[in-house]
Design a protein around this ligand. Structure first.
Ligand code: NAG
Ligand code: NAG
Length: 199
């Protein structure tokens, strides 16, 4: 009987765990967060290395994560996320598609609707808070949950496998993180391990 109870508890925990795509907060989604203005999609394309994130079920335990953004013929953005699990040597790859969330705005914001495996692009779930296109990008999003709770995603992307050492860039990155990101929830992505493949 005791064992059954343990099993039930474990199953329940897994079910809850698998429902999260990011960090859960006991408050509604913040409404005072601005995305990058005058966003330039073309300059954003190409390859990025993930250096930090809030852990999520999609990336659980994966490191060496590289993302590639390209242009599809219909003007949407192709998304290819690859990762490597340093514990069990498995690789993961997720193909997706992104569109600007609000393409008709006079001042284009760095908000995109990203979906994977052919799902509809019906969520503005990739907000570029700040980027210089050539060095770093800070990406965030928030989904409301029941009971005034919310679930946030966060990624720090970099054009290189290590973070820039440029002081002005670091200052900008740190000021965004300080303002919007819960540093205790950040997971650092291994990029320098010699087993990291080049995707
Ligand atoms: C490796 O671990 C990941 C996540 O923990 C899991 O999804 C995957 O199925 C595992 N792969 C193998 C080959 O065990
Ligand atoms: C993106 O998702 C939002 C909902 O979050 C929706 O209002 C908007 O129309 C979508 N944009 C596109 C281009 O599909």
């Amino acid at each position: 009987m005791k064992q059954l109870a343990t099993t039930v508890l474990l199953v329940a925990t897994l079910a809850i765990g698998s429902a999260t795509a990011g960090a859960v907060f006991d408050r509604p989604c913040p409404t005072d967060i601005e995305a990058k203005l005058y966003f330039n999609v073309d300059a954003y394309l190409g390859k990025w290395y993930e250096l930090q994130r809030y852990e999520s079920e999609f990336e659980l335990n994966y490191d060496c994560i590289q993302v590639r953004y390209g242009l599809n013929e219909d003007g949407s953005v192709s998304v290819s996320n690859s990762g490597y699990n340093l514990f069990n040597s498995s690789t993961t790859n997720a193909l997706g598609r992104a569109v600007l969330s609000f393409p008709d705005e006079e001042i284009l914001q760095g908000k995109l609707n990203v979906s994977f495996f052919g799902a509809p692009n019906d969520r503005s779930n990739y907000w570029v808070l700040e980027t210089d296109y050539e060095t770093y990008s800070l990406v965030w999003s928030c989904e409301p949950l029941e009971d005034e709770r919310s679930e946030e995603s966060f990624w720090l992307l970099s054009r290189t496998p290590t973070l820039t050492t440029d002081r002005d860039d670091l200052f900008r990155i740190q000021s965004i993180i300080r303002r919007y990101i819960d540093r205790r929830q950040i997971r650092f992505t291994q990029q320098l391990d010699s087993r990291c493949p080049e995707f």
